[in-house]
Design a protein around this ligand. Structure first.
Ligand SMILES: Cc1ncc(COP(=O)(O)O)c(C=O)c1O
Length: 453
């Protein structure tokens, strides 16, 4: 088949794709299997694949693979395509920018869309104080820069991250990330002056409330590090890879108050929770906290690689000129996509859509939980919901069951992701553009594969 022939049978992505689950081969089909063979010959084995169905088009709530299967997307490429895949407004904005210029490097000869992204972030993030932003490429790169800026501002070095945290896979962020396998094993030594504190994990905390959990963390920090040495505390307002752990009410505000009183920079890592995902524009808003610095990525630019650090002006302005930046950070195509994406979040009230999706998810998942005690917990906010799979007698995490259920859902054409320190959490992160009936069908598949597992 020539390239032209091949392209003529590949559907165009975006919301006009038929919104249906359609299986025409086994998953993965023969063409995907052939691509998997090529992958193992060409791509580093360290780059894993959750579901080896190779995608040729996506939009609304479906992913269409090279064999013609149409899969229900309950993952959004790990919380990225919040406004949908190939969203028309993003496609138009990027196409227009593509025809103008693709790159100059903002730190060499700048352009206005970078400034407009920064202005938008400064406006929409929590707090009405003066803010500044800087743009990068990935979540981990933004986390690294947030830590650099906090250290420069405070003149202190230590950084506290929490149990079950995930902040990335670069050398600094691996140290912040809690879980060894697969993220850290064999990749040490890690950066110095990183410390870990206990978090609030209501399902496994046996009655400890949020304020109590914060006091426990603060006592440990004061005893083992000392506020005089601590530059920053970094935390995900809802922990993502760690298992969609929503801390008990009061945990985050108590930590913020302690940071303020001790000249410690409070960094909220909203890489996964940001941009309407949790039913508000940012998860920090649910508890009314105002972080000193926010780290943003994933949902910011409709699938194009962009990340940001947004924070108090006096903190963000502390580093010397040239200390912050990089060749591609705030690339013009990514900025055009971000402006279109952020406009949609605001004008289409996608936070409300996330809450509607959350109501469907929690309603259906709680109904499953009442009849199947292997579902130990249903938790999360908005369109960021998870179930924790356990042994119904002991409450111990059941990673094997989790793996069986997810594999069976994949075979039925439903893209599901796992997470959790113990590998026993199934997470639901559908695009906010998914139609209700497709979401419900995905959950019906989950219910039937779980019953059979
Ligand atoms: C909370 C959080 N921080 C940081 C990262 C790292 O982002 P990236 O994979 O873009 O480097 C992630 C990625 O999943 C994340 O969920």
């Amino acid at each position: 088949m020539t390239l032209v022939d091949a392209l003529s049978v590949i559907p165009v992505g975006g919301p006009s794709l038929p919104q249906e689950r359609r299986l025409v081969t086994a998953i993965p089909g023969p063409k995907s299997q052939e691509l998997s063979r090529r992958k193992s010959e060409a791509v580093s084995a360290g780059v894993g694949v959750t579901l080896p169905a190779y995608i040729v088009a996506a939009g609304g709530g479906v992913l269409v693979d090279v064999d013609g299967n149409s899969l229900i997307d309950l993952g959004s490429g790990i919380a990225v395509t919040g406004i949908g895949n190939s969203a028309p407004e993003v496609v138009a904005a990027v196409a227009a920018q593509l025809a103008q210029f693709t790159h100059t490097c903002f730190t060499v000869t700048p352009y206005d869309s970078y400034i407009e992204v920064a202005e938008t972030l400064n406006r929409i993030t929590p707090g009405d104080h003066a803010k500044r932003s800087a743009l990068f490429n990935s979540g981990a790169e933004a986390v690294e820069n947030a830590v650099k800026i906090a250290r420069h501002y405070t003149g202190k070095q230590a950084v506290v991250a929490f149990d079950h945290a995930y902040h990335g896979r670069t050398t600094l962020t691996m140290g912040l990330t809690a879980k060894n396998l697969p993220y850290k094993n064999g990749f040490g030594p890690f950066a110095a002056e990183i410390y870990r504190a206990p978090t609030s994990y209501p399902y496994r905390d046996a009655g400890l409330d949020g304020v109590g959990a914060a006091k426990r963390a603060i006592a440990q920090i004061e005893k083992q590090i000392g506020a005089d040495n601590l530059a920053a505390l970094i935390i995900e307002p809802i922990q993502g890879e760690g298992g969609f752990i929503v801390p008990a009410p009061g945990f985050l505000p108590t930590l913020v108050d302690w940071c303020r009183a001790n000249r410690v920079v409070f960094i909220a890592d909203e890489v996964q929770t940001g941009f309407a995902r949790t039913g508000d524009l940012f998860a920090s808003n649910h508890e009314g906290i105002v972080p000193d610095i926010m780290v943003l990525a994933k949902g910011i630019a409709g699938g194009l690689p962009l990340s940001a650090v947004t924070g108090r002006a006096e903190i963000m302005d502390a580093p010397q000129v040239g200390g912050i930046g990089g060749t591609y950070g705030g690339n013009p195509l990514a900025c055009a996509a971000a402006l279109a994406t952020m406009h949609s979040y605001e004008t289409e009230n996608l936070a409300l859509r996330a809450r509607e999706i959350g109501a469907i998810l929690t309603g259906r998942l709680n109904a499953i939980r009442t009849v199947d005690k292997r579902v130990g917990d249903v938790r999360g906010r908005g369109a960021m919901i998870a179930i924790e799979m356990v042994d119904p007698v002991t409450g111990d995490p059941d990673a094997a069951l989790t793996g069986r259920v997810v594999a069976a859902a994949h075979a039925q054409g439903v893209v599901l992701l796992t997470c959790g320190t113990y590998g026993n959490v199934i997470r639901f992160l559908p695009p906010l553009s998914i139609p209700d009936d497709l979401l419900v069908e995905g959950l019906q598949v989950l219910g039937s594969v779980l019953a059979a597992a």
